[in-house]
Write a protein of this length. Structure first.
Lengths: 116, 112
């Protein structure tokens, strides 16, 4: 079945550093990918919609200069958390949907980010 | 997208069928019902989706009422590995650009 690979699966870094998370669709092409954030015991919250070859669309309250998204190909989107602080610590999850008709979205296994 | 209502938690005995309800009384004619589940510390896993007909795959069955205002996800023989949070999501069409909006879901606990 469709596979979405997310890397790294977890990262710990110091406050002020930038962290890049990759999301790849391994066996299908995805014009659109989505980035979610999930805090403990809460549901997934959409952060932004990533579109291949164009600018991402951010949800209200999400700082586009802090969460940089690049979708340079039909199989790769990246999320960079710039100048990360402890409050950015969370579980970040990407999803992608096969461009072909009537295919569901598939999710990566998430990246647990801890900022010290 | 239409709002969904699910019970916050349910228990099920191992080996028995798990029936997870979802209300979506404001669903529109072009909105599909999707089910995903999230096992602890993993990304959501797609289970099944449907428009108005009942659907079945290797994981589960989806029963949608005739008026489409509610649906039930059925796991025919629940195992301990089915313990997870199950999300019922209603979304317009099959457009790749449409994101999924997650509610609180149902936390299913399968017990030995």
């Amino acid at each position: 079945g469709a596979v979405v690979s997310q890397h790294p699966s977890w990262v710990i870094c110091k406050s002020g550093t930038s962290v890049k998370i990759e999301c790849r669709s391994l066996d299908f092409q995805a014009t659109t990918m989505f980035w979610y954030r999930q805090f403990p015991k809460q549901s997934l919250m959409l952060m932004a919609t990533s579109n291949e070859g164009s600018k991402a669309t951010y949800e209200q309250g999400v700082e586009k200069d802090k969460f940089l998204i690049n979708h340079a190909s039909l199989t790769l989107s990246t999320l960079t958390v710039t100048s990360a602080h402890p409050e950015d610590s969370s579980f970040y999850i990407c999803s992608a949907r096969d461009n072909r008709y009537d295919q569901p979205q598939h999710f990566g296994d998430g990246t647990r980010l801890s900022i010290l | 997208d239409a709002k969904t209502t699910q019970p916050p938690s349910m228990d099920c005995a191992e080996g028995r069928a798990a029936n997870l309800p979802c209300n979506h009384s404001t669903i529109s004619g072009n909105e599909y019902v999707y089910w995903y589940r999230q096992i602890h510390s993993q990304g959501p896993q797609y289970i099944i989706h449907g428009l108005k007909n009942n659907e079945t795959n290797e994981m589960a069955s989806l029963i949608i009422t005739e008026d489409r205002k509610s649906s039930t996800l059925i796991l025919p023989h629940a195992t301990l590995r089915d313990t997870a949070v199950y999300y019922c999501i209603v979304r317009v069409g099959n457009n790749a650009g449409n994101m999924l909006t997650f509610g609180g879901g149902t936390r299913l606990m399968v017990k030995p």
